[in-house]
Design a protein around this ligand. Structure first.
Ligand code: 1HE
Length: 262
Protein backbone atom coordinates (compact mmCIF):
# COMPACT_ATOMS: atom_id res chain seq x y z
CA UNK A 1 0.00 0.00 0.00
CA UNK A 2 1.45 3.36 -1.00
CA UNK A 3 1.65 5.78 1.87
CA UNK A 4 -0.14 9.08 1.62
CA UNK A 5 2.67 10.85 3.45
CA UNK A 6 5.11 13.30 1.86
CA UNK A 7 6.89 14.44 5.00
CA UNK A 8 6.80 11.30 7.14
CA UNK A 9 8.27 7.86 6.60
CA UNK A 10 6.17 5.13 8.17
CA UNK A 11 7.69 1.70 8.69
CA UNK A 12 5.09 -0.71 10.11
CA UNK A 13 6.92 -3.64 11.62
CA UNK A 14 5.46 -7.09 12.15
CA UNK A 15 5.30 -6.87 15.93
CA UNK A 16 3.08 -3.80 15.69
CA UNK A 17 5.89 -1.34 16.30
CA UNK A 18 5.72 1.55 13.87
CA UNK A 19 8.73 3.71 13.15
CA UNK A 20 7.53 7.13 12.10
CA UNK A 21 10.29 9.40 10.84
CA UNK A 22 9.99 13.14 10.36
CA UNK A 23 11.47 13.45 6.90
CA UNK A 24 12.36 17.04 6.08
CA UNK A 25 16.01 16.93 7.11
CA UNK A 26 16.93 19.74 4.70
CA UNK A 27 14.61 21.97 6.74
CA UNK A 28 15.69 20.44 10.05
CA UNK A 29 12.24 18.81 10.18
CA UNK A 30 10.53 22.15 10.69
CA UNK A 31 6.78 21.64 10.92
CA UNK A 32 4.99 23.10 7.93
CA UNK A 33 1.20 22.95 7.70
CA UNK A 34 1.28 19.81 5.54
CA UNK A 35 3.39 17.89 8.04
CA UNK A 36 1.00 18.81 10.82
CA UNK A 37 -1.90 17.43 8.75
CA UNK A 38 0.06 14.24 8.15
CA UNK A 39 0.63 13.88 11.90
CA UNK A 40 -3.12 14.33 12.49
CA UNK A 41 -3.87 11.56 9.99
CA UNK A 42 -1.21 9.24 11.29
CA UNK A 43 -2.01 9.52 14.98
CA UNK A 44 -5.76 9.43 14.37
CA UNK A 45 -5.50 6.11 12.59
CA UNK A 46 -2.66 4.35 14.37
CA UNK A 47 -4.61 2.43 16.98
CA UNK A 48 -7.34 1.30 14.57
CA UNK A 49 -4.66 0.11 12.16
CA UNK A 50 -3.02 -2.07 14.78
CA UNK A 51 -0.05 -0.01 15.93
CA UNK A 52 1.08 -1.29 19.34
CA UNK A 53 3.83 1.27 19.90
CA UNK A 54 5.35 4.07 17.84
CA UNK A 55 8.90 5.34 17.68
CA UNK A 56 8.85 8.97 16.58
CA UNK A 57 12.22 9.53 14.96
CA UNK A 58 13.76 12.14 12.69
CA UNK A 59 15.90 12.11 9.57
CA UNK A 60 19.12 14.13 9.67
CA UNK A 61 20.93 15.59 12.65
CA UNK A 62 18.04 17.38 14.34
CA UNK A 63 14.78 16.11 15.76
CA UNK A 64 12.68 19.17 14.92
CA UNK A 65 13.28 22.91 14.50
CA UNK A 66 9.67 23.81 15.35
CA UNK A 67 7.31 25.96 13.35
CA UNK A 68 8.31 26.33 9.70
CA UNK A 69 9.34 29.96 10.04
CA UNK A 70 9.90 30.44 6.31
CA UNK A 71 6.46 29.14 5.40
CA UNK A 72 4.97 31.30 8.14
CA UNK A 73 6.84 34.35 6.92
CA UNK A 74 5.87 33.80 3.29
CA UNK A 75 2.22 33.01 4.05
CA UNK A 76 1.89 36.28 5.99
CA UNK A 77 -1.00 34.74 7.91
CA UNK A 78 -3.86 36.62 9.49
CA UNK A 79 -4.53 36.16 13.22
CA UNK A 80 -7.49 33.91 12.39
CA UNK A 81 -5.39 31.79 10.04
CA UNK A 82 -2.68 31.23 12.61
CA UNK A 83 -5.25 30.56 15.32
CA UNK A 84 -6.73 27.86 13.07
CA UNK A 85 -3.29 26.45 12.36
CA UNK A 86 -2.56 26.18 16.07
CA UNK A 87 -5.77 24.20 16.51
CA UNK A 88 -4.46 21.73 13.91
CA UNK A 89 -1.20 21.43 15.86
CA UNK A 90 -3.28 20.73 18.95
CA UNK A 91 -5.30 18.16 17.06
CA UNK A 92 -2.12 16.34 16.00
CA UNK A 93 -0.50 16.43 19.42
CA UNK A 94 -3.72 15.53 21.26
CA UNK A 95 -4.15 12.52 18.99
CA UNK A 96 -0.61 11.55 19.97
CA UNK A 97 -1.00 12.02 23.70
CA UNK A 98 -4.56 10.72 24.04
CA UNK A 99 -4.59 8.23 21.18
CA UNK A 100 -3.90 5.13 23.27
CA UNK A 101 -0.72 3.98 21.50
CA UNK A 102 2.60 4.51 23.31
CA UNK A 103 4.73 7.07 21.46
CA UNK A 104 8.45 7.06 22.20
CA UNK A 105 10.38 10.02 20.82
CA UNK A 106 13.95 9.34 19.70
CA UNK A 107 15.54 12.74 20.15
CA UNK A 108 18.74 14.23 18.76
CA UNK A 109 20.10 17.65 17.97
CA UNK A 110 17.63 20.51 18.19
CA UNK A 111 14.33 19.89 19.95
CA UNK A 112 13.23 23.48 19.88
CA UNK A 113 10.10 25.59 19.83
CA UNK A 114 7.34 23.57 18.22
CA UNK A 115 9.78 20.65 18.11
CA UNK A 116 9.72 20.60 21.90
CA UNK A 117 5.94 20.90 21.80
CA UNK A 118 5.88 17.81 19.57
CA UNK A 119 8.32 15.91 21.79
CA UNK A 120 6.39 16.81 24.93
CA UNK A 121 3.28 15.12 23.52
CA UNK A 122 5.17 11.80 23.38
CA UNK A 123 4.81 9.42 26.32
CA UNK A 124 8.53 8.71 26.59
CA UNK A 125 11.40 10.94 25.46
CA UNK A 126 14.85 9.46 24.84
CA UNK A 127 17.76 11.89 24.38
CA UNK A 128 21.39 11.47 23.39
CA UNK A 129 24.40 13.57 24.32
CA UNK A 130 23.81 15.93 21.38
CA UNK A 131 20.16 16.62 22.11
CA UNK A 132 19.27 20.10 23.26
CA UNK A 133 16.00 21.72 24.24
CA UNK A 134 14.96 25.35 23.88
CA UNK A 135 12.00 27.64 23.34
CA UNK A 136 13.37 30.34 21.02
CA UNK A 137 9.97 31.93 20.50
CA UNK A 138 10.90 34.98 22.57
CA UNK A 139 13.83 35.81 20.30
CA UNK A 140 11.78 35.29 17.13
CA UNK A 141 8.97 37.62 18.18
CA UNK A 142 6.62 34.69 18.59
CA UNK A 143 4.72 32.76 21.22
CA UNK A 144 4.18 29.05 21.63
CA UNK A 145 1.10 27.76 19.82
CA UNK A 146 1.40 23.99 19.89
CA UNK A 147 0.60 23.23 23.49
CA UNK A 148 3.84 24.19 25.28
CA UNK A 149 1.97 26.28 27.81
CA UNK A 150 0.35 23.03 28.92
CA UNK A 151 2.86 20.25 28.26
CA UNK A 152 6.23 21.96 28.63
CA UNK A 153 5.02 23.84 31.70
CA UNK A 154 3.88 20.48 33.03
CA UNK A 155 7.33 18.96 32.46
CA UNK A 156 9.59 21.72 33.74
CA UNK A 157 7.29 24.03 35.71
CA UNK A 158 5.99 27.49 34.92
CA UNK A 159 9.02 29.46 36.10
CA UNK A 160 11.53 27.45 34.06
CA UNK A 161 9.37 27.61 30.97
CA UNK A 162 9.07 31.39 31.25
CA UNK A 163 12.85 31.64 31.70
CA UNK A 164 13.40 29.46 28.60
CA UNK A 165 11.11 31.69 26.55
CA UNK A 166 12.41 35.00 27.81
CA UNK A 167 16.12 34.26 27.74
CA UNK A 168 16.46 31.48 25.18
CA UNK A 169 18.03 29.23 27.81
CA UNK A 170 19.10 25.86 26.41
CA UNK A 171 18.97 22.63 28.41
CA UNK A 172 20.84 19.47 27.50
CA UNK A 173 22.42 16.33 28.95
CA UNK A 174 21.72 15.25 32.50
CA UNK A 175 20.25 18.67 33.34
CA UNK A 176 17.50 18.05 30.78
CA UNK A 177 16.77 14.63 32.23
CA UNK A 178 16.76 15.96 35.78
CA UNK A 179 14.17 18.55 34.73
CA UNK A 180 11.96 15.97 33.02
CA UNK A 181 12.51 17.12 29.43
CA UNK A 182 13.65 13.56 28.68
CA UNK A 183 13.41 10.37 30.70
CA UNK A 184 16.48 8.66 29.22
CA UNK A 185 19.94 9.89 28.24
CA UNK A 186 21.70 7.26 26.14
CA UNK A 187 24.36 6.89 23.49
CA UNK A 188 21.97 5.86 20.71
CA UNK A 189 18.54 7.38 21.23
CA UNK A 190 16.96 5.62 18.26
CA UNK A 191 18.12 2.14 19.27
CA UNK A 192 16.99 2.73 22.84
CA UNK A 193 13.61 4.14 21.78
CA UNK A 194 13.07 1.13 19.54
CA UNK A 195 13.90 -1.27 22.37
CA UNK A 196 11.46 0.55 24.65
CA UNK A 197 8.78 0.47 21.96
CA UNK A 198 9.23 -3.27 21.54
CA UNK A 199 8.86 -3.72 25.27
CA UNK A 200 5.70 -1.57 25.34
CA UNK A 201 4.29 -3.56 22.40
CA UNK A 202 4.35 -6.70 24.53
CA UNK A 203 1.73 -5.17 26.85
CA UNK A 204 -1.91 -5.81 26.12
CA UNK A 205 -3.30 -3.12 23.79
CA UNK A 206 -6.17 -2.28 26.15
CA UNK A 207 -3.72 -1.76 28.99
CA UNK A 208 -1.57 0.53 26.84
CA UNK A 209 -4.70 2.33 25.68
CA UNK A 210 -5.53 3.14 29.28
CA UNK A 211 -1.98 4.15 30.19
CA UNK A 212 -1.65 6.35 27.10
CA UNK A 213 -4.97 8.14 27.34
CA UNK A 214 -6.55 7.82 30.76
CA UNK A 215 -3.68 9.29 32.77
CA UNK A 216 -3.59 12.38 30.56
CA UNK A 217 -7.36 12.79 30.76
CA UNK A 218 -7.30 12.39 34.52
CA UNK A 219 -4.76 15.18 34.84
CA UNK A 220 -7.47 17.45 33.42
CA UNK A 221 -10.02 16.49 36.08
CA UNK A 222 -10.64 17.30 39.69
CA UNK A 223 -9.07 14.73 42.05
CA UNK A 224 -12.51 13.43 42.95
CA UNK A 225 -13.55 12.91 39.34
CA UNK A 226 -10.14 11.50 38.41
CA UNK A 227 -10.39 8.89 41.15
CA UNK A 228 -13.83 7.89 39.94
CA UNK A 229 -12.65 7.71 36.33
CA UNK A 230 -9.64 5.67 37.42
CA UNK A 231 -11.88 3.12 39.07
CA UNK A 232 -14.01 2.96 35.94
CA UNK A 233 -11.01 2.44 33.65
CA UNK A 234 -9.55 -0.17 36.00
CA UNK A 235 -12.90 -1.92 36.04
CA UNK A 236 -12.61 -2.44 32.30
CA UNK A 237 -8.86 -3.01 31.97
CA UNK A 238 -8.33 -5.20 35.01
CA UNK A 239 -11.08 -7.63 34.05
CA UNK A 240 -10.14 -8.04 30.37
CA UNK A 241 -10.14 -11.71 29.41
CA UNK A 242 -6.75 -11.27 27.69
CA UNK A 243 -5.17 -10.57 31.09
CA UNK A 244 -6.23 -13.90 32.57
CA UNK A 245 -3.29 -15.86 31.17
CA UNK A 246 -0.86 -13.32 32.66
CA UNK A 247 -2.55 -13.51 36.04
CA UNK A 248 -2.59 -17.29 35.84
CA UNK A 249 1.17 -17.26 35.14
CA UNK A 250 1.76 -15.20 38.24
CA UNK A 251 -0.47 -17.40 40.34
CA UNK A 252 1.20 -20.64 39.23
CA UNK A 253 4.67 -19.04 39.63
CA UNK A 254 5.62 -19.37 35.95
CA UNK A 255 5.33 -15.61 35.44
CA UNK A 256 8.35 -13.32 35.71
CA UNK A 257 8.98 -11.65 39.06
CA UNK A 258 10.00 -8.02 39.36
CA UNK A 259 13.67 -7.83 40.36
CA UNK A 260 16.09 -4.94 40.80
CA UNK A 261 18.22 -3.94 37.81
CA UNK A 262 15.83 -5.58 35.36
C1 1HE B 1 14.01 26.07 8.88
C2 1HE B 1 13.78 26.04 10.26
C3 1HE B 1 12.51 26.46 10.71
C4 1HE B 1 15.79 25.40 9.91
N1 1HE B 1 11.61 26.84 9.79
N2 1HE B 1 13.10 26.44 8.01
N3 1HE B 1 12.25 27.49 15.62
C5 1HE B 1 13.44 28.08 15.71
O1 1HE B 1 13.55 29.24 16.04
C6 1HE B 1 14.63 27.27 15.31
C7 1HE B 1 15.11 27.70 13.94
N4 1HE B 1 16.21 26.90 13.44
C8 1HE B 1 17.48 26.98 13.93
O2 1HE B 1 17.75 27.65 14.90
C9 1HE B 1 18.52 26.18 13.20
O3 1HE B 1 18.08 25.99 11.86
C10 1HE B 1 18.81 24.79 13.82
C11 1HE B 1 19.55 24.99 15.15
C12 1HE B 1 17.56 23.97 14.05
C13 1HE B 1 19.73 24.00 12.85
O4 1HE B 1 20.87 24.78 12.53
P1 1HE B 1 21.70 24.42 11.22
O5 1HE B 1 22.89 25.34 11.21
O6 1HE B 1 21.97 22.96 11.20
O7 1HE B 1 20.75 24.69 9.97
P2 1HE B 1 20.36 26.08 9.24
O8 1HE B 1 21.46 26.46 8.30
O9 1HE B 1 19.92 27.11 10.21
O10 1HE B 1 19.06 25.64 8.41
C14 1HE B 1 19.16 24.68 7.38
C15 1HE B 1 17.91 24.80 6.56
O11 1HE B 1 16.79 24.47 7.37
C16 1HE B 1 17.67 26.20 6.06
O12 1HE B 1 16.96 26.09 4.85
P3 1HE B 1 17.67 26.40 3.43
O13 1HE B 1 16.58 26.16 2.43
O14 1HE B 1 18.15 27.81 3.49
O15 1HE B 1 18.81 25.40 3.31
C17 1HE B 1 16.74 26.77 7.10
O16 1HE B 1 15.96 27.82 6.63
C18 1HE B 1 15.90 25.56 7.40
N5 1HE B 1 15.26 25.65 8.72
N6 1HE B 1 14.90 25.63 10.90
C19 1HE B 1 11.91 26.82 8.48
N7 1HE B 1 12.17 26.46 12.00
C20 1HE B 1 2.91 26.61 16.81
S1 1HE B 1 3.91 27.86 17.27
C21 1HE B 1 5.50 27.20 17.43
C22 1HE B 1 6.48 28.32 17.51
C23 1HE B 1 7.87 27.88 17.20
O17 1HE B 1 8.15 26.74 16.95
S2 1HE B 1 9.03 29.11 17.26
C24 1HE B 1 10.55 28.30 17.15
C25 1HE B 1 10.98 28.11 15.72
Amino acid sequence: MADQYQNLLVDRQEDGVWIVTLNRPDKRNALNADTVEELVTLFSGAMGQGARAIVLAAAGDHFCAGLDLVEHHRADRSPAEFWQLCLRWHEAFNKMEYGGVPVIAALKGAVVGGGLELASAAHIRVADAGTYFALPEGQRGLFTGGGATIRVADLVGKARMIDMMLTGRVYQGQDAVDLGLAQYLVEDSFAHALALARRCAENLPLTNFAICSAISHMQNMSALDAAYAEACVAGVVNTQPEARARLQAFADKSGARIRPNS
